[in-house]
Write a protein that binds this ligand. Structure first.
Ligand SMILES: [Zn+2]
Length: 335
């Protein structure tokens, strides 16, 4: 019944739209049904951006948070490559060479003993246009922010912690503890580092205080190798920021690495793991970390998620030349 009714509404809408199209196009070149239908489909409106898979007893949900744009990626973005090399890598990946989209996707894992969010997103309407879709996609995924018991933070860049609080400084995850890398906290909470930091890094000091302040009573610091939740162990992945950390998640015989920003765009940084981004606090260390951890992932054929890969932002890596090749995971659905 529901389907029939929808078809009727569709037919009626198409019929209403058709005369106007016929008038503008002329009777002899009346548009086909397909062209008429194009007028009733909302432009660029996607299905809700979430994607779910099982990991042993755990349930993983990837939730899309929108996409920003990096203007002019050929200049000043990658510090140890020529513009022509960057351009070739982008073309190889069928990516634009002028304005490069930078997508955001947050990993959520229900362990059966709590829901862990791995970073907090960009915050609804708080960063660039096109970002901040997390609350709406979370709702579509059936995850109430109040059900999140732990936010496991990888590092303190704005696109990862701004979503902890609203524009008005309200707490977004009211029942969550927040686990932060001890090394990251030591660096960004020390005002004396702010004066020595390059200008581009300075806003992170103030934003750290602003976003983590409201969680102070529920914040704990974790160290390399520490279990932050049952089945979730931190791994130091320093370089991108001083305390940047990733997570090794295990349930039953299955494992998953939550890789945060160890590599952003795979066509750039997995293919060329030695490349250093302007956003890396220590580019050489970030490159060493990338080679080591993705080497392990490739050798173990382990599944991983990454914050800045195209949605749904998870899959596998294999070795290719001096770098790695990314293989998106297969879409698995069940009824
Ligand atoms: Zn990031």
């Amino acid at each position: 019944m529901a389907l029939e009714r929808r078809n009727l509404i569709f037919a009626a809408t198409a019929a209403l739209a058709a005369p106007a199209l016929v008038r503008s196009a002329g009777a002899q070149s009346a548009p086909t049904g397909a062209a008429a239908a194009a007028g009733v489909v909302p432009p660029l409106q996607q299905a809700p951006g979430f994607y779910r898979f099982k990991l042993g007893e755990f349930t993983v949900t990837m939730v899309h948070d929108g996409s920003g744009v990096r203007p002019n990626p050929l200049q000043g973005f990658i510090l140890n490559a020529e513009a022509a090399q960057v351009e070739a890598a982008l073309r190889d990946g069928a990516l634009p060479t002028a304005n490069l989209p930078n997508p955001f996707t947050v990993t959520f894992i229900d362990t059966g003993r709590g829901v862990v969010a791995f970073d907090a997103g960009t915050g609804a309407g708080q960063l660039a246009p096109g970002t901040g879709l997390l609350p709406r996609n979370l709702q579509a995924a059936g995850i109430d922010p109040a059900a999140v018991t732990l936010v496991a933070v990888s590092h303190f860049h704005a696109d990862h912690i701004t979503g902890l609080t609203t524009r008005e400084n309200g707490v977004v995850f009211p029942n969550a503890e927040v686990a932060v890398p001890a090394v990251e906290w030591a660096f960004w909470s020390d005002e004396s580092n702010a004066s020595r930091a390059p200008e581009g890094q300075r806003p992170t000091f103030a934003n750290t205080k602003r976003r983590l302040g409201p969680y102070q009573a529920k914040m704990r610091q974790y160290r390399d190798g520490e279990e932050v939740a049952p089945g979730v162990r931190a791994i130091a992945a320093y370089g991108h920021t001083p305390g940047h950390s990733v997570f090794h998640v295990t349930s039953g015989n299955e494992q998953l690495f939550v890789m945060a920003d160890t590599s952003s765009r795979p066509d750039l940084f997995l293919r060329n793991p030695h490349w250093q981004s302007v956003f890396d606090v220590d580019g050489a260390m970030a490159a060493e970390t990338r080679k080591r951890l993705f080497g392990r992932i490739a050798d173990e054929r382990a599944r991983f998620t990454a914050y800045h890969f195209n949605f749904p932002s998870n899959g596998y890596a294999t070795r290719m030349g001096d770098g790695f090749r990314f293989h998106p995971a297969e879409w698995v659905s069940s009824t």
